[in-house]
Design a protein around this ligand. Sequence first.
Ligand code: RB5
Length: 149
Amino acid sequence: MSSPTVVIGSDHAGFDLKTAVTRHLQETGFEIKDLGARSKESCDYPLVAGDVCREVLTSGHPGILICGTGMGMSMAANRFPGIRAALCTNEYLARMTRAHNDANVLCLGSRVLGDELAKSIVDVFLASDFEGERHQRRIKQIETLNANS
Ligand code: RB5
């Protein structure tokens, strides 16, 4: 059986945490598809968010996006229909956003979280399941929301 895959990306501010999370996930048996950044040289987080979200949508694999706060990545990622990106600062949020929102992208702030907490949040996110039922209806409502209705 092939290993589960996670798609990951960061900007320059998230580069070190991306490296730490990637190593952690590889040690725990995940395949990592790393879509950059490749260094700590300044880069634009929306472009990386776009690359990761397109890969999540085509592959069905979960995504992780890391910037300094996690906020820019989550704003950019949530522009994509079908992406439900959740900025999580603790394990409770990570569990609940999988259970109730079926989040498919986890956003982390490298300037907010220590490496160990970030790894623990990632573990909980990837191990938690969507509960379905009434939450499925609400997700459909998110997908069809627009300014007119
Ligand atoms: C980069 O300085 C910073 O703005 C970026 O990493 C992120 O925090 C944006 O939301």
